[in-house]
Design a protein around this ligand. Structure first.
Ligand code: SAH
Ligand code: SF4
Ligand code: F3S
Length: 459
């Protein structure tokens, strides 16, 4: 008999992508086959995000659409942060959903899916502070870089944020377990790892801090690139920055969420740093890691944000010179402290919209000027995937996280190249391949290998 099939759709952050990989791994071990399309799948899972209302509305719409792809005996499960936040309400809202499972409940997934296929409905939203899914074998979507969760939950309490409610308290995996997983992904052919946590640099397994972790992961033979997301400015100790500078594999890019450039707004957000504190953190990182690029997250329209406070955000963006920024309009989340701020502090939608637009323009202008200045320079890139648009183009990334499109085919996935930047849209680049940077398997002079390398020169 054919194996039952599972389709999964993932929303939200990389942590959710990583969780989907864990869920697919668990279901694969239980005999399920992963399919890329929902049509007729025996099990449809929607792994959800609750960070902004818009994210949730999209999922609600999608649950309705996916219903049309269900067979009479298909089952649908909602997992992730929205499942955790809404629990039983989801079962009431969507009658075709039979499973609601929060981020700490995936161990029970195969059993719950079996139950659902026998007609049961279930909710699993209990937090488990020991849970790291150590014995799971994730089924990874990406063949070039590996998402490796090192910490779950969050102990900060930023006043706008739902994550502490949906993912519970912070806990770190044991360093040995992270190193073991790193070895496994290298053995599978991957050379880039991305360490994941909500405040990843506050990692502490009781014995080791994030500096130890960076050194240990960077030491695993075969690891050529180490990235991490997202760090919190307050957890960049000198030890952590020292390790970033020392470990050759740690890439010259830090995604450092700023949220606002106004100390007053930061205080209302309970970010626990001021504008000056953030700038000081930027300086320490820049002093230790020459050429490091910085990207960030920013929220506009937080309750009470005045025109002057928003201007401070624009000036902070200019002062730091971010390579890129993810920008959001504040979205009130039920139960978060920000919803208890005085109603008259609410920033009208139209004002927030205008602020977002001027912020996006500012960010783009800065990136464009800096990117134009990079034309003609050479960089090491890793081929991550085939570019979506256009055939025979590859999406590659520099160590400092710039996207470079280069000509090439699928056989080049996972390879390192040296490229020269030949054009820019302002945000991404096109490049030409100068040469390939594989470890050279040459003993003395090898004409065939040299010819192969020469054939990659496209200029
Ligand atoms: N743990 C990460 C952030 C995870 S959420 C950190 O602290 O950096 C990703 C981003 O979503 C946040 O950085 C923030 O900019 C944005 N965000 C979170 N809650 C939001 C809300 N209620 N409204 C709008 N944006 C929000
Ligand atoms: Fe949310 Fe703040 Fe925790 Fe990030 S640090 S997940 S923004 S509470
Ligand atoms: Fe969304 Fe949950 Fe991540 S709310 S951003 S999927 S931690």
């Amino acid at each position: 008999m054919d194996r039952p099939t599972v389709y999964i759709e993932t929303y939200g952050c990389q942590m959710n992508v990583s969780d989907s990989e864990l869920m697919l791994g668990a279901l694969a071990s239980a005999g399920y086959e992963h399919v890329e399309k929902p049509d007729g799948a025996d099990v449809i899972l929607v792994n959800t995000c609750a960070i902004r209302d818009h994210a949730e509305q999209r999922v609600v719409g999608r649950l309705g659409e996916l219903k049309r792809h269900m067979k009479r005996d298909s089952i649908m499960g909602v997992t992730g942060c929205m499942a955790q936040r809404l629990g039983p309400q989801l079962l009431d809202k969507a009658k075709h959903v039979s499973l609601v499972i929060g981020p700490d409940g995936y161990r029970a997934l195969p059993a719950l899916v079996d139950g659902a296929r026998r007609g049961e409905r279930a909710i699993a939203t209990t937090f488990d502070l020991e849970e790291h899914y150590e014995d799971f074998s994730p089924r990874r979507f990406d063949k070039v870089k590996a998402w490796i969760p090192v910490q779950r939950g969050c102990d900060y309490r930023c006043t706008y944020c739902i994550v502490p409610t949906t993912r519970g308290s912070e806990r770190s995996r044991r360093l040995d377990d992270v190193v073991r997983e790193t070895r496994t992904v290298v053995a599978e052919g991957m050379s880039e790892v991305v360490l994941l946590g909500q405040t990843v640099n506050s990692y502490n397994d009781g014995t080791h801090d994030f500096a130890d972790l960076l050194r240990a992961v960077g030491d695993v033979p075969g690891v050529r690139r180490v990235r991490f997301t997202s760090p919190h400015p307050n957890d960049f100790t000198d030890r952590v920055i020292g390790a970033m500078a020392d470990v050759g594999a740690v890439c010259e890019h830090v995604h450092l969420p700023m949220q606002s450039g106004s100390s007053r707004v930061l205080k209302r957000m309970l970010r626990r740093y001021s504008r000056e504190g953030y700038m000081e953190c930027v300086e320490r990182i820049r002093a230790a890691i020459p050429g490091v690029s910085l990207t960030t997250d920013i929220i506009v329209g937080f309750p009470g944000e005045t025109d002057e406070e928003f201007e401070e955000t624009l000036s902070a963006v200019r002062e730091v010179g971010f390579a890129d920024a993810y920008t959001f309009i504040f979205s009130p989340r039920d139960g978060t402290p920000a919803t208890r701020l005085p109603a008259e502090w609410t920033v009208p939608e139209s004002v927030a919209g205008e602020r977002l637009q001027s912020l996006v323009e500012t960010v783009r202008g800065i990136a464009r000027r800096s990117n134009l200045g990079l034309l003609g320079t050479r960089h090491e890139v890793l081929v991550e995937r085939q570019a979506r648009r256009g055939d025979a183009m590859l999406m590659t990334r520099t160590r400092d996280f710039k996207t470079v499109l280069v000509p090439g085919d699928a056989s080049m996935l996972g390879r390192y190249l040296t490229v020269e930047l030949t054009g820019t849209t302002g945000s991404t680049f096109t490049g030409s391949v100068v040469h390939e940077r594989q470890p050279l398997p040459m003993a003395g002079h090898d004409a065939a290998h040299e010819a192969a390398v020469a054939s990659l020169v496209t200029r």
